[in-house]
Design a binder for this molecule. Structure first.
Ligand code: SAM
Ligand code: SF4
Length: 326
């Protein structure tokens, strides 16, 4: 059903980073649980060129009509309110696949020109599947992108194709090489842990990431898609992931969850596992399901069509059509 796009209300220019709000707009985004938002995830499209089994059905989704997607100007405006007036310090661009937006460089450039009340540029990160990144990395870096997270569940081409339903691993690796060349380091890799393959896949992936100098973080499978596509049986919890890695020969020492980031980290000692030598490094686990960190979560997200959501699995708020807020 077509949705009516609300007209953007005119907001006065911000009163200046340290001036008190004269117009009743709060100077921090604090939810009803007392959590102050510092980290904003902006989904800039719902479309994707992969079909990861844990994320989308093979036929894709019913994509939002293009006019419903937030425009560059709207994304910039939301970013400005968040950074200049509400205390947000970090913005992560995500999707769908954010590289599908041709105006991504423009969006990054506009967001990186913002300044927090302390006068700092917001930290701008991109979560991407990496396809086509080699052509865009230098431009994104120049526009102000600070870091990238790239999603790869396996470095075996056949396995990768089975997970994403597309034979594109070589292209992703080219994308990562481009990101490294452009200075988008360190490369962080996201992988969703899946029960049927975790024992085989997780140790191999960690060994490879350590050898390549990439920081791997496993994510517990969350109920993000339609309800019937997720069951608690699909979740490989943090304890099982650690057991699998230790069983494969990795020596892990807990570091904790630095800086209220979602990933809890473990140091990995240099050694040998799954028949390969590996250098020292770290591995992370985002245990959103078995050890949720809701109480000190400092992030919120806006969907590609402008709905404000919490990240919590328990307290998903009713979506708000953000652009209609005056
Ligand atoms: N397309 C980009 C990518 O894959 O990196 C950005 C969007 S994707 C939705 C963002 C992250 O969510 C990816 O790291 C992906 O692995 C993860 N993800 C997708 N579906 C998930 C699920 N059901 N549970 C946990 N993580 C999921
Ligand atoms: Fe696309 Fe990312 Fe979802 Fe995979 S996880 S289907 S790359 S949006």
């Amino acid at each position: 059903m077509p949705t009516t796009r609300p007209v953007l209300p005119e907001l006065p220019e911000g009163p200046g980073p340290s001036a008190p709000a004269a117009d009743g707009v709060p100077q921090q985004l604090v939810d009803r649980y007392g959590r102050t938002v510092r980290d904003l995830r902006l989904s800039i499209t719902d479309r994707c060129n992969l079909r990861c089994t844990y994320c989308m059905p093979a036929q894709g989704l019913q994509w939002l009509p293009t006019p419903d997607l937030l425009t560059t100007a709207e994304l910039t405006r939301l970013g400005r309110i968040a950074v200049e007036r509400l205390g947000v310090e970090r913005i992560r661009l995500t999707g769908g696949e954010p590289l599908l937006r041709r105006d991504l460089e423009e969006i990054v450039g506009a967001l990186s020109a913002l300044r927090t009340s302390a006068g700092a540029k917001p930290d701008i990160a991109l979560t991407t599947n990496g396809l086509g990144l080699e052509k865009r990395a230098a431009g994104l870096r120049a526009a102000g992108l600070d870091r990238v997270n790239i999603s790869i569940d396996s470095l075996d081409p056949q396995d990768y194709a089975a997970i994403t339903r597309r034979d594109r691993l070589a292209d992703v690796l080219t994308g990562i090489a481009g990101a490294q060349e452009a200075g988008l380091a360190p490369i962080k890799v996201n992988a969703v842990a899946v029960p049927t393959t975790v024992e085989e896949r997780a140790p191999r992936l960690l060994a490879e990431c350590l050898r390549r100098g990439w920081q791997l973080r496993f994510i517990e499978h969350m109920p993000l898609g339609p309800r019937e596509t997720w069951s608690s049986q699909d979740v490989v919890g943090v304890d099982q992931i650690l057991e699998v890695l230790r069983g494969a020969g990795f020596t892990l020492t807990e570091v904790g969850r630095p800086d209220r980031r979602p990933a809890a980290l473990w140091r990995v000692a240099a050694g040998s596992a799954v028949g390969q030598e590996h250098p020292a490094g770290t591995v992370g686990v985002i245990a959103s399901v078995t050890a949720p960190f809701c109480s000190d979560c400092d992030r919120t997200r806006i969907t590609a069509d402008g709905r404000l959501m919490t990240l919590s699995l328990i307290h998903i708020s009713e979506p708000t059509r953000l652009l209609s807020i005056s």
